[in-house]
Design a protein around this ligand. Structure first.
Ligand code: SF4
Length: 686
C-alpha cells in the first residue's frame, strides 16, 4: 500500500517476551496492523494475536478522555469531569492532609504490571522517595519463583533462551507459552524442526502448550518438587549425575544424596499422581540428553510451597551438569542482566530506607487495617495507583473491595479505562497508552532491553504516567531535577549512566542487546552466590523473613491449602490466552474468543456432581463464592477445577470474580500470592 508506514516500538505489557514491535501508522493518530520485529532475533517476527489487534484497544471508544471527580458512592462509577489543574490540586491537598494527620507513610503510591516500563511504571517510585511515602514490596507476580531460583542459582539470570533452538530436549516446567509467551515457542519449533528435539511439558492441566508436547506430565497442583526429587533420585542412582560437576560447582554432599535417596520414583509418583514409569522415563531422557534446556515458568510457584518447588526443580541441571553445554542449562527470568543505573529514573538518591515497606499483594489486609500488614504503622489514608487494577487482580478481592471502599481513603487512579478499581477512586485520571509514551522495557524472557518510543499522537486529554508523577511532585514542592525532565531525557541519562548507549541509538535500533558471554550465562566460571556454587542447601534466611517455614534441603513442602471433606477440589486460576492480567478484557475480540468465565471440570467430577457442560455451578470456600458456567472435558485432572482468566468483576452476578477465593497470606520465605493454591467446594446451581 502506498501510504503504508511501519514504525518501531516495543510492547509494554506484563509478559516476558517484551516484543520489539512494528506498528503501521495510518495517520499521526491512527494505527493499523501491529507485528513482531523480524530483525529482533528473539521476537523473530512474531507477536501475540491480542497485540496484533492493538488498534482495537488504542482506539477503543471506552478509553478515558478527561480527569474525573467522584460524585456518587465509592464504587458506584458516578463521576463528573474536571480539568487537570483541579485534579492535581485535589491530589496534592489530600496527600498533604494525610501526611499532616498520620505522617508521610500514610500515603501509598502503588504500581503494578499494566505497563512494565522503566520510566512509566517504576517512575512512581521517585514520588514516594521524594516525600518519604510508604514503599512497595512488589510481590504479586515473581516473588515466590524468584525466591526459589535465587536460593539455588543466586541471581535472576541464566542461559540465553535463544539457545533453545539448539537443544535436543526442552523441558518446559510450569509455563504455557503457547498462550502467554508465544515467542518462546518459535525457538522450540526451530529445535524440533532442525534437531528433532523433544518437548516435555510439566503442568497441572492440559494447556495449549501441553497439547503440542511430545511428553506431557500432568501433576497434582503443588507437587512439582516431588517430581523433581523423584527425577533426581533416578539420575543419581542410574549414573546420569555429573559427579565432577557436582563437586566443582555445587554444594552437593552426602546429606543431599541421602535426602534424595529417600525420594524413590514410587514416592514421587504417589505424591504427584503420575505413574512410576513416567517419573523414571522423563528422568532418563533428561539424564541422557546433554543439550537439555530447562525452561521454567511461573505457574508452579504460585502456591504456598512455590519457592520450594522452584528450588527443587532448579536443582535438576546441577545434577546432570547440563549447564555446561550449548543448548543446555536453564532459564527462568532475566532480572539481574540489565545492570541499569536507575538512580535518577527511580529516585534512588532520594530513598529513605527507614520508610516502611508494604506488601503489594496484601493490599486488602493493608487497607482494612491489619496491623501486621501495616507493619505496625499508620493507616493508609491516601493512594495513587498507576498500572494497577487491584480490585480484580489482588488476592482475597472481597477484602480488597472493602478496603478500596473506605470512605476515609483518598484514592486517585490513573487509568486507560474505567476499571473496577477506578470505580472506587475519588479522582480518575486518563492515561496515555504505550504508543503515546517514550519508554524502555526489560526483556525479562530474553537478553534485550527493548525500546518503545512514542509513535502516536496523544489521545484526548490523557497524560503519561511520567507526566502525572512530575505534575504532582512539582506541586508538592520537590526540586529534584528528574521532575523537570522528559521521559526521553530520563531514558537517555539512564542508558548513558549504564554504558548502554543513548536513547537515540536505542530508539533507532529498537533495542539494546545485553547478552552475556556463554561462560557467564552458563555459570561456567561459578554461580553468582557467596561461594560461587549452586546451592542444594540454600540459605533461606538470606532470601526472606519467613525462612523458618523452609527446609534446609531441596524439599516438597506440604504447607499448601489441601482439599478436605468440606472443600474437596483444588482450584487453579491461570491466565487466559487473549487477556493479559485484566488488560484486553475490554476488547471485543478478546472477550468473544474467551466466551465467558468457565469452570473446567474433569468428566469424573462432573458425573459425580451431576454437572454437564453449560450448567451453572457455584464454587466457593470460606472467603466467598461465585457462579460460572461449567465446561466438562479432560483438560482438568480429577479433583482440580480450572478457571482461566481474570474476568472483570462485572462479569459475575455477585460482583466479585475468582480472586475472592484466593488467600492473601504471604508465600514463604519472602511473600507472593498463592493464586493456584486454593481448596474449594463446587455444586450445580439448582
Ligand atoms: S503481550 Fe507478550 S507476546 Fe504479546 S506482543 Fe506483548 S510481549 Fe509480545
Amino acid at each position: 500500500m502506498p501510504n503504508e508506514r511501519f514504525v518501531k516500538t516495543a510492547c509494554p505489557h506484563d509478559c516476558p517476551s517484551a516484543c520489539a514491535l512494528e506498528v503501521e501508522l495510518l495517520t499521526p493518530s491512527k494505527i493499523g496492523r501491529v507485528r513482531g520485529s523480524a530483525a529482533n532475533s528473539y521476537t523473530a517476527g512474531v507477536c501475540c494475536a491480542k497485540v496484533a489487534r492493538y488498534a482495537e484497544r488504542v482506539h477503543h471508544p471506552d478509553r478515558l478522555t478527561q480527569p474525573l471527580r467522584r460524585t456518587g458512592a465509592k464504587g458506584s462509577g458516578e463521576f463528573a469531569p474536571i480539568n487537570w489543574d483541579q485534579a492535581l490540586d485535589e491530589i496534592v491537598e489530600r496527600f498533604t492532609q494525610a501526611t499532616q494527620m498520620y505522617g508521610s507513610e500514610a500515603v501509598w503510591p502503588y504500581h503494578s504490571g499494566g505497563n512494565m516500563g522503566v520510566v512509566q511504571r517504576w517512575g512512581l517510585d521517585r514520588l514516594r522517595h521524594a516525600f518519604r511515602y510508604s514503599r512497595q514490596q512488589t510481590t504479586i507476580c515473581v516473588t515466590p519463583a524468584e525466591s526459589g531460583w535465587r536460593a539455588g542459582v543466586g541471581e535472576l539470570r541464566g542461559c540465553d533462551p535463544r539457545e533453545m533452538a539448539d537443544s535436543d530436549l526442552i523441558l518446559m516446567w510450569g509455563g504455557n507459552p503457547v498462550s502467554t509467551q508465544v515467542n518462546a515457542m518459535t525457538h522450540v519449533a526451530r529445535a524440533r524442526k532442525t534437531r528433532g528435539a523433544k518437548l516435555v511439558v510439566v503442568d497441572v492441566y492440559r494447556t495449549p502448550t501441553v497439547a503440542t508436547a511430545d511428553i506431557a506430565l500432568i501433576v497434582r497442583p503443588g507437587t512439582d518438587a516431588a517430581l523433581a526429587l523423584g527425577m533426581m533420585h533416578v539420575l543419581l542412582k542410574e549414573g546420569y549425575a555429573d559427579r565432577d560437576y557436582l563437586g566443582r560447582l555445587t554444594d552437593f554432599d552426602d546429606d543431599v544424596e541421602r535426602h534424595i535417596d529417600s525420594w524413590t520414583p514410587e514416592r514421587a509418583a504417589a505424591v504427584t499422581g503420575l505413574d512410576v514409569a513416567q517419573v523414571v522415563d522423563v528422568a532418563r531422557l533428561f539424564g541422557r540428553t546433554k543439550r537439555s534446556f530447562l525452561r521454567l515458568g511461573f505457574g508452579f510457584t504460585r502456591s504456598r510451597n512455590g519457592a520450594a518447588n522452584m528450588h527443587a526443580v532448579s536443582c535438576l541441571p546441577a545434577i546432570t551438569g547440563s549447564w555446561q553445554h550449548h543448548g543446555g542449562g536453564a532459564f527462568f527470568l532475566a532480572l539481574d542482566n540489565w545492570r541499569l543505573d536507575t538512580t535518577l529514573a527511580h529516585g534512588l538518591d532520594l530513598k529513605d530506607t527507614g520508610t516502611r515497606i508494604l506488601d503489594q499483594s496484601r493490599i486488602g489486609a493493608i487497607l482494612t487495617g491489619d496491623k501486621q500488614a501495616l507493619v505496625d504503622g499508620p493507616p493508609v489514608a491516601a493512594m495513587i495507583m498507576q498500572n494497577a487494577n487491584s480490585a480484580n487482580v489482588a488476592p482475597d478481592s472481597r477484602k480488597v473491595a472493602q478496603g478500596l471502599g473506605r470512605e476515609d481513603l483518598f484514592l486517585c487512579v490513573h487509568e486507560q479505562f474505567m476499571t473496577p478499581t477506578a470505580k472506587y477512586a475519588d479522582i480518575v485520571l486518563p492515561a496515555a497508552m504505550f504508543l503515546e509514551a517514550d519508554d524502555i522495557y526489560y526483556g525479562l524472557g530474553h537478553t534485550y532491553i527493548t525500546a518503545g518510543p512514542s509513535v502516536l499522537d496523544r489521545y484526548r486529554e490523557s497524560w503519561t504516567n511520567h507526566e502525572v508523577v512530575c505534575g504532582i511532585a512539582r506541586r508538592l514542592g520537590s526540586k529534584h531535577r528528574s521532575f523537570d525532565m522528559s521521559a526521553f531525557d530520563l531514558i537517555d541519562e539512564t542508558l548513558r549512566a549504564s554504558n548502554r548507549g543513548t536513547a537515540a541509538q536505542a530508539f533507532d535500533t529498537g533495542w539494546v542487546e545485553c547478552a552475556e558471554s556463554f561462560d557467564s550465562a552458563h555459570f561456567l566460571d561459578g554461580f553468582p552466590t557467596s561461594d560461587r556454587k549452586f546451592h542444594f542447601k540454600p540459605d533461606w534466611a538470606a532470601i526472606g523473613p519467613n525462612a523458618a517455614q523452609m527446609q534446609a534441603l531441596p524439599s516438597y513442602l506440604e504447607n499448601y491449602e489441601a482439599a478436605d471433606e468440606e472443600h474437596p477440589f483444588r482450584l487453579v486460576a491461570p491466565p487466559a490466552r487473549t487477556f493479559l492480567n485484566t488488560s484486553f478484557t475490554e476488547t471485543a475480540s478478546s472477550r468473544s474468543r474467551e466466551g465467558a468465565p468457565r469452570a473446567l471440570l474433569h468428566p469424573d467430577d462432573a458425573t459425580h456432581a451431576g454437572v454437564e457442560t453449560d450448567d451453572v455451578v457455584v464454587i466457593g470456600n470460606r472467603r466467598g463464592e461465585l457462579q460460572l458456567s461449567a465446561k466438562v472435558d479432560a483438560t482438568a485432572r480429577p479433583g482440580v477445577v480450572i478457571v482461566e482468566g481474570i474476568w472483570p468483576n462485572a462479569d459475575f452476578s455477585g460482583g466479585l470474580g475468582v480472586n475472592q477465593l484466593i488467600g492473601d497470606d504471604a508465600i514463604p520465605p519472602n511473600g507472593g500470592s498463592a493464586f493456584h493454591d486454593t481448596a474449594i467446594w463446587m455444586r450445580r446451581l439448582q
